[in-house]
Design a protein around this ligand. Sequence first.
Ligand code: RIB
Length: 307
Amino acid sequence: MHNYPEGVNTHAGIVMVGSANMDIVLGVERIPAPGETVLATSLAKHPGGKGLNQAVAAARAGATTTMIGAVGTDENGNELETVMTEAGIDARMLRHVAEPTGTAMISVDTTGENAIIVASGANATITTLTDNELDAVRGATVLLMQLELPISAVAQAARAARSAGGTVMLNAAPALEVPDELIDALDYLIVNEHEATVLSGEADLSDASRSLADRVNRLVVTLGTQGSELWDAGKLIATVPARRVTAVDTTGAGDTFCGAFAAAISQGRDFETAARFATAAAALSVQTHGAVPSIPHREQIEAVLAS
Ligand code: RIB
């Protein structure tokens, strides 16, 4: 007998175990070097956090999505919860804790490139999952996670979903070393170039990709304007080109890719089709400022794919 809040969908397509942050975004001519002060050209506040961004991307791409995470009992926490519910995400398991809601300080330069510092706040309180949260994880078609929550909770969720036969997907961002037991529980690993080298301990990207591809069933290495590489059972099976667009803000582009990709996989699309769908979603996202505000809906993604 499970104790779900009334009406919680225990077979949600995607269960997100991830972070939620309020992003403070500073537009700059160029990202400051160590020891340097620069003047910002703009200041904005947007909902963000890798978990929230990816959950919104999955929901807007048409997947039933449940969020497991934590916010503070503050104004930012309320705003982020509203963003989740407005996106159609089931946020009834979201924890409200005494620590402040996570905050990210983001500089975005004139080419759309960014640098991010995260104060974890409430996110850091999720060191273990409750029985109810684990039950929800076991009901997931796809469990999607990143590394902005304590690794203990991420590993626990991965084990639970794996033992229940769900598909376990990790976007290993931000770049951290990850215990072998977590890597071993993954069906899909999604990394960018930097994350691939940190995670594998290999300085060369092709060595890094090969080494990671040998450890997980399926690997996606995103390469920014160079597209992405898809690896299956240790072999490079496809390279998906990026779409040529003018980027104004790349914040959340990787998250949009991951959420849209997870949505497509949860809906039964094959690996390469899901990656093409996610690539189109990410291309749309870089053309608008902010993380959550830039995440496209399914119809927009389909229109790009059809064009
Ligand atoms: O990936 C972008 C996200 O990273 C931002 O929204 C910020 O909150 C950090 O988590």
